[in-house]
Design a protein around this ligand. Structure first.
Ligand code: NAD
Length: 297
């Protein structure tokens, strides 16, 4: 069996997978590979799948399957998996790091110090304690962010069409109640017809003046120019963003906007998460091989 690692994984992964057969990182080997592992960079389009003639299993190391034409792959009898559970801690810690950085003014403090300024009086901080966090999408990552917010003494509310009751998030019946009450809003939904452009001028108008928004979900859930307009008017006080219309973004108004904290889609990129993804990939291939052997017996 030939396994192609088409994107960057933990350096320990080839050794872990060698028990199943040959492991290669040479993208030109796609036509020969039985199993293809991707993260975000490789796009498994119809054309890609057609030229990968032998592939029986595609695994995305990460949450979501946005870069794989799952329907087409399945029509061709190819199994498609992701490692949905692995990245929750990594993404939640980034979202929370952003949320701590904003009221503590860490970015401005660091830049101004390096510019030789001493803004001790100007850099007034605020606290997360006692503030309301609105979680949009109360699944695995939203829950991990909520746990951290609870430890900071925040009041955590949320909206999710599939969740009625949650241990630590007060679930609101409508998303508008979350928009209305949140001081901080953190986005953890997949990209769907419903979430595409969900943060736009109409929904922003429903939010508290001076809301802080953190998006580590999907870039296209937000209309970027509407957010920039709201930053300019002060309706949104600060916007933190890890996810983009494309990686890297071809053009985005955020690069020139004020009061933003931007990261290059590093939500899942912790050393620990890459190891977790590796273990999950190992389990998926192990199961696949077991099922395959059973079929041929
Ligand atoms: P999850 O499936 O556990 O949770 C997502 C939740 O969103 C689900 O409970 C779902 O019901 C809810 N949801 C769907 N539509 C909604 C809507 N219209 N309004 C409110 N909630 C809605 O997934 P997860 O592991 O928590 O991941 C969440 C998202 O985080 C992923 O879909 C992905 O887009 C993003 N993500 C980003 C990174 C990164 O690097 N920044 C890494 C991993 C995942």
């Amino acid at each position: 069996m030939k396994i192609l690692l088409s994107d960057a994984f933990d350096p320990s992964l080839p050794d872990l997978l060698r028990k199943y057969g040959e492991v290669t990182s040479n993208k030109d080997d796609a036509a020969e590979a039985d199993v293809i592992l991707v993260r975000s960079k490789t796009k498994c389009t119809k054309e890609y799948i057609d030229q990968a003639k032998k592939v029986r299993l595609i695994i995305r190391g990460g949450v979501g399957l946005d870069n794989i034409d799952v329907k087409y792959a399945q029509e061709k009898g190819i199994e498609v998996h992701n490692t949905a559970d692995a990245s929750s801690i990594a993404v939640a810690e980034l979202a929370f790091a952003m949320m701590i950085a904003v009221p503590n003014r860490l970015v401005e403090a660091d830049i101004s110090m390096k510019e030789g300024k001493w803004l001790k009086k100007e850099l007034k901080r605020t606290e997360l304690f006692g503030k309301t966090l609105g979680v949009i999408g109360c699944g695995k990552i939203g829950t991990e962010v909520a746990k951290r917010a609870q430890a900071f003494g925040m009041n955590v509310i949320g909206y999710d069409p599939t969740v009625d009751v949650h241990d630590i998030i007060t679930i609101k019946v409508t998303i508008d109640e979350v928009y209305r009450d949140a001081d901080y809003l953190t986005l953890h939904t997949p990209l769907t017809e419903k979430t595409l452009g969900m943060i736009n001028k109409e929904t922003i108008a429903k939010m508290k003046n001076g809301v802080v928004i953190i998006n580590t979900g999907r870039g296209k859930c937000v209309i970027e120019q509407d957010v920039v307009d709201a930053l300019n008017s002060g309706k949104i006080a600060f916007y933190c963003n890890d996810v983009w219309y494309s990686d890297p973004p071809e053009s985005t108004p955020f690069l020139k906007a004020k009061n933003t904290l931007l990261t290059p889609h590093i939500g899942a990129s912790t050393n620990e998460n890459l190891l977790r993804i590796g273990k999950a990939v190992d389990r998926i291939i192990g199961k696949f091989v077991g099922n395959y052997n059973q079929r041929i017996i």
